[in-house]
Design a binder for this molecule. Structure first.
Ligand code: AMP
Ligand code: TRP
Length: 343
């Protein structure tokens, strides 16, 4: 049986990278799979969060899930801290994962920065909690953006070691689902960096709750290069992607083209054919129109839901109860495999 699990942290504004890399795919997977989508508040507190902000952001991510089209009746939507089984299995996984494995995690290196001694222990074991999130439901597939691939590899290693050590096939080996025209959306200010919640400049990203004027302004100001727009000659021989050397030479241009393709549901070849040789200004104007048309209704629906926290909290409570019921037998099985008595 296939089961989908994924999580999004309630930290800072959700942006177009979160949407195209993850949330949009969450929506499309609902048609074919049992899906569990989690607002990972315990991951958020690996870095200090203002409590009032954390509460508001948890509701905002939930509102974004709902506004994007996740159905809380067919799928499960909840926040992680309401289901204690995640933290319990994470402890078990802390005893399975090896220091050497965690030392290789690039996200820890990035987030802890220069002063590793001052990072929280939680930030270091962040990936074991992520593995527990997925495995406590025996989820088989995890839709994420490209940046989470390494954490999913670790999840596989932990599951495998647990199964080997106990001699029981408790956990499945998870598959990442990384798909869509924009699995790694880059910053609008610097094509070498991914679009991120933590980037200081708000003009580096398009937030899901930005109004139409701001979206258009951000796209107008997005960095490009002095050359005319590239054409279909930059594609790989099979026509499905941009050739690596081309991508490296003009990252900002191809980022905007990928966003265009993703938001208009077209292959990347379409905007390349349409805008080849022209200036960026006409393309940007069209991109702004498409972005406003696509994101406007999502932003409006988010605002509406944010004005009704009672409803949003009800969705989370209902989801948490259903998630807890699925997690309980898996946690019991894991404990039993280890010889942890429960009476
Ligand atoms: P986070 O905000 O770090 O919790 O990320 C939530 C989801 O969005 C994860 O699946 C990430 O892989 C995805 N994501 C975050 N930033 C980007 C980006 N710039 N491009 C594509 N996917 C992203
Ligand atoms: N680490 C993920 C991110 O930063 C969020 C996350 C936590 C997650 N637990 C997960 C994603 C489980 C997928 C599955 O984006």
């Amino acid at each position: 049986m296939s089961r989908i699990f994924s999580g999004v942290q309630p930290t800072g504004n959700l942006h177009l990278g979160n949407y195209l890399g993850a949330i949009r795919n969450f929506v499309s997977l609902q048609a074919d799979y049992e899906c569990i989508y989690c607002v990972v508040d315990l991951h958020a507190i690996t870095l200090w969060q203002d409590p009032a902000e954390l509460r508001a952001q948890t509701r905002e991510v939930t509102a974004a899930f709902l506004a994007a089209g996740i159905d809380p009746k067919t799928s499960i939507i909840f926040n992680q801290s309401q289901v204690p089984a995640h933290a319990e299995l994470a402890w078990i996984f802390n005893c399975v994962a090896r220091l050497g494995w965690l030392n290789r995690m690039t996200q820890f290196k990035e987030k802890s920065g220069k002063n590793k001694e001052a990072a929280s222990v939680g930030l270091y074991v962040y990936p074991t909690l992520m593995a527990a999130d997925i495995m406590v439901y025996k989820a088989t597939h995890v839709p994420v953006g490209e940046d989470q691939r390494q954490h999913l590899e670790l999840t596989r290693d932990i599951a495998q070691k647990f199964n080997n050590d106990t001699g029981k096939e408790v956990f499945p080996i998870v598959e990442p689902l990384i798909f869509g025209a924009a699995t790694r959306v880059m910053s609008l200010r610097d094509g070498g960096k991914k679009m991120s919640k933590s980037e200081p400049s708000d003009f580096s990203r398009i937030n899901l709750n930005d109004g139409p004027d701001l979206i258009a302004q951000k796209i107008r100001k997005a960095r490009t290069d002095p050359n005319p727009m590239p054409g279909p000659e930059v594609l790989t021989p099979d026509g499905s992607a941009i050739a690596e050397d081309q991508l490296r030479a003009r990252p900002e241009a191809f980022n905007l083209l990928a966003i265009y393709a993703a938001l208009s549901n077209q292959p990347i070849a379409s905007p390349l054919n349409e805008f080849a040789g022209s200036q960026f200004s006409a393309f940007k104007q069209r991109l702004a129109e498409i972005a406003v048309e696509y994101l406007g209704p999502i932003g409006t629906e988010m605002q509406r839901l944010m004005a009704d926290p009672g409803y949003v909290d009800g969705v989370l409570a209902d989801g948490a109860a259903r998630a807890a019921a699925l997690a309980a037998p898996v946690l019991a099985e894991a404990k039993d495999a280890l010889g942890l008595l429960s009476t």
